[in-house]
Design a protein around this ligand. Structure first.
Ligand SMILES: *Cc1c(COP(=O)(O)O)cnc(C)c1O
Length: 357
């Protein structure tokens, strides 16, 4: 069976050595030594100032909204994983969808301005499949209307824009380190915070709002990462360059094999790739369903991602319609891509595509 992705597990003995360390010092969660080490190493690796590790990528988004005191309406994209929108709703914020650019799959910066009202507090774009958003245009709009920007950068680990980490864009960028992501800590996530003054607040928020034994300055929650998860991250970080390289090889092979068959995502030319996803756009939904059937019969499971478009979520009121996002979400699948995908398996996938499109 071939799934859309396969979790990479590091050298077992290396992980067990960290576990031994945890058992010796008895510190298993709450700002432990391995978590601190991972925060430092990630900041250096990513080229950012502050990394605040949290329990998962959804918590990272929620903590970001609370750190920036967002209120009222937030302009976001309907073409993302559901957590981008649901995290707004659970924090009492109203998602207002700006439709996507149907070539890049990212929020269309030209559609943001007309949606701004006196209640708008922020923009929450997503670097979809690691493809950098139109960050300069979004920055201009945010500055002009005094809005905060939180980038859901769950797909954008390691991506650079004009030579610098894409995570430096916006007020806060959030990452997911779920087992299915390029870099993982089993479950986990991070906030990349660009303003020094906000780092401490975010740290209180993930620990019940507690500053110290005598002071609870913020309304917080529990969103801590534990030491076993941090240990996984430390192991994966040793391998990350090799992992990206292997993905790049698979990515390039798909690209040259399929270039005349399907439509690819239009990529931001000022940014680098991390090869974490390989999305293709088919002619229509019927073509997609027929293809999925053939793949399924061959025990190969690409994923409809993202589907459905988030402007169709039942719990979002008032109803909004984003035609571009709905159209793309009906025709797009992500092909299997992971470092241990064998060359033979990739050949089978390519052959099935050649014979069935
Ligand atoms: C994975 C993902 C999330 C959620 O991260 P979790 O760690 O699973 O909570 C949020 N947004 C996007 C775009 C994602 O892909």
């Amino acid at each position: 069976m071939i799934n859309v992705t396969k979790t990479f597990l590091p050298d077992r003995q290396k992980y067990m050595d960290y576990v031994d360390e945890i058992f010796v010092n008895g510190w298993i969660t709450n700002d432990g030594p391995l978590l601190k080490k991972l925060e430092k190493r990630l900041a250096t690796y990513l080229g950012v100032k502050h990394v605040v590790l949290v329990a998962n990528g959804t918590a990272a988004l929620e903590i970001a909204y609370r750190t920036l005191d967002l209120t009222g309406e937030v302009i976001t994209t309907p073409f993302s994983f559901v957590a981008t929108t649901s995290s707004l709703v659970t924090n009492g914020l109203q998602p207002v969808f700006a439709d996507i650019d149907t070539q890049t799959f990212n929020i269309d910066a030209k559609k943001i301005e007309s949606l701004i009202t006196p209640y708008t507090s922020a923009i929450v774009p997503v670097h979809v499949f690691g493809n950098a958003c139109d960050v300069e245009q979004i920055k201009n709009i945010a500055e002009h209307y005094d809005l905060k920007v939180v980038y859901d950068a769950a797909h954008a680990f390691d991506v650079k824009f004009k030579g610098e980490s894409i995570l430096k864009q916006g007020d806060i960028s959030t990452l997911s380190f779920h087992a299915t992501k390029l870099f993982h800590t089993i479950e986990g996530g991070a906030l990349i915070i660009n303003d020094d003054a906000l780092v401490e607040k975010a740290r209180y928020l993930i620990n019940f709002g507690i500053e110290d034994e005598e002071s609870i300055p913020e309304l917080g929650t529990n969103a801590k990462m534990n030491e076993f998860e941090a240990a996984m991250g430390l192991c994966l970080l040793d391998d990350i360059e090799m992992l990206i390289q292997k993905r790049a090889y698979i990515y390039d092979r798909y690209r040259s094999a399929l270039k005349d068959l399907v439509v690819f995502q239009e990529l931001n030319e000022d940014s680098t790739r991390n090869y974490s996803y390989f999305p293709i756009v088919l002619k229509d939904e019927k073509a997609l369903l027929d293809l999925m059937k053939v793949f399924g019969d061959n025990e190969i499971f690409p994923r409809r991602y993202f589907y459905p478009s988030l402007d169709t979520l039942s719990y979002i009121e008032p109803k909004q319609v984003c035609e571009g996002s709905r159209e793309v979400s009906k025709k797009i699948i992500c092909l299997p891509i992971y470092p241990t995908l064998s060359s033979e398996d990739q050949s089978r996938i390519i052959d099935i595509l050649r014979e069935n499109i």
